[in-house]
Write a protein that binds this ligand. Structure first.
Ligand SMILES: Nc1ncnc2c1ncn2[C@@H]1O[C@H](COP(=O)(O)OP(=O)(O)OP(=O)(O)O)[C@@H](O)[C@H]1O
Ligand SMILES: [Mg+2]
Length: 343
């Protein structure tokens, strides 16, 4: 029937229809390495953990990796195959581990040539690498699983899932607006007109960058800052009486900085295009970093101080910020499968 996979820096999300309903599987994009010893192996097998053996090492993969890291208090062997939106060049196990995780999340094709849409970031505006290597490696893994692969821009998926519209002379144009995915490793932005990309870019800063900046300025472990961010940050309500006030304040400052950074790049990139948009448009934001309470209000405040060459009608959060990218990719996969069948 066609499937989709959103391979992110923090999470890998698979999507497919089961009967009439969309069904999602999500795994943390991480692994935990430990020596291959009989006792360890027995413990892992008993607990039902997701792991692979390779040479004299065992790699616990996905959500279980975080559990093992917390259980053992060992953070140095908690590793991530991706950084800043692409395969991590500094992680020698990156390619092998991502292959295991992709198969774990999406499995083999149900029939040869089943379409699978895989999300790919746009080329970054603030780094010298391009995303070709990342795209080719992931495409090859999916092809080996039997899929016909459609690589699709991450932010365009938000446009497909959320369908922002614009009104031109009384007619409503679908899939027209701006989609922004604020993920873990990067921000991806697309401006689309009737589902076609007018402009796309990524910036290599997002949740991980905020965590690292905050940890440095408050002099606390990154894991502590992430926990405060995910559990109690509300960007509309930074409470000076909170025991974590300093961390919350730093998170607020770096969220602001991130949004300013993205909009400044957007301003610059938009100027380079020939595009002229006369009608007020809609912006939809998604991704884990945008899921924090108060994010949309903060975005609107920064936007009101940014001079863009068009009016913005509305800014809204995707209905499911964590799954909207996989959801949109599934729409693209199903549409491609239908086209194929029609011949
Ligand atoms: N409640 C939460 N649970 C999990 N992650 C959260 C939560 N709130 C915020 N986040 C943040 O969301 C980010 C992960 O978002 P997301 O899953 O969209 O990223 P990704 O798609 O894996 O990465 P990318 O698209 O950049 O490659 C992390 O920085 C994480 O800390
Ligand atoms: Mg993402």
């Amino acid at each position: 029937m066609a499937k989709a996979i959103d391979i992110g820096t923090c999470f890998i999300v698979g999507a497919e229809y089961k009967g009439e309903k969309e069904s999602f599987v999500s795994e943390r994009d991480a692994f935990f390495s430990m020596p291959n010893e009989d006792l360890q192996l027995e413990m892992l097998t008993k607990s039902g953990a997701f792991y692979v053996q390779k040479g004299d090492m065992i790699y616990v993969v996905g959500d279980d990796a975080l559990k093992y890291s917390m259980l053992t208090g060992d953070v140095s062997n908690y590793r991530r195959p991706m950084a800043a939106g692409v395969l991590n060049p500094n992680e020698e196990e990156a390619i092998d581990m991502i292959r295991v995780m992709i198969e774990g999340v999406i499995g083999k094709a149900s029939y040869k040539g089943e379409v699978c849409a895989a999300t790919i970031p746009a080329n970054p505006v603030d780094a010298s690498f391009n995303t070709t290597f990342h795209e080719r490696v992931l495409t090859q893994f999916l092809e080996e699983l039997g899929y016909e692969v459609r690589a699709i821009n991450e932010a365009l998926c938000i446009i497909y899932a959320e369908n922002p519209t614009v009104e031109v002379d009384g007619a409503v144009l679908p899939f027209t607006g701006i989609g922004i995915s604020f993920g873990g490793g990067m921000v991806n932005l697309v401006a689309a007109w009737r589902g076609k990309q007018l402009l796309a870019f990524s910036a290599g800063r997002s949740g991980d960058w905020i965590d690292a900046q905050v940890a440095t300025v408050v002099n606390k472990p990154v894991s502590k800052c992430i926990s405060v961010k995910e559990k109690k940050l509300d960007l509309n309500n930074i409470d000076p009486r909170d025991k974590d006030f300093k961390t919350l304040q730093a998170l607020d400052i770096y969220y602001n900085d991130l949004i300013e950074y993205v909009l400044k790049h957007f301003q610059k990139e938009f100027k380079k295009t020939e595009a002229a948009i006369d009608e007020p448009i809609e912006i939809v934001v998604g991704g884990g970093t945008a899921s924090i309470p108060g994010f949309v209000d903060k975005f609107k405040r920064v936007l009101s101080k940014t001079d863009l060459p068009f009016d913005v009608k509305n800014v809204r959060l995707a209905k499911d910020p964590f799954k909207c990218v996989a959801q949109g990719a599934l729409i693209a996969a199903i549409s491609q499968e239908k086209k194929k069948k029609k011949g």
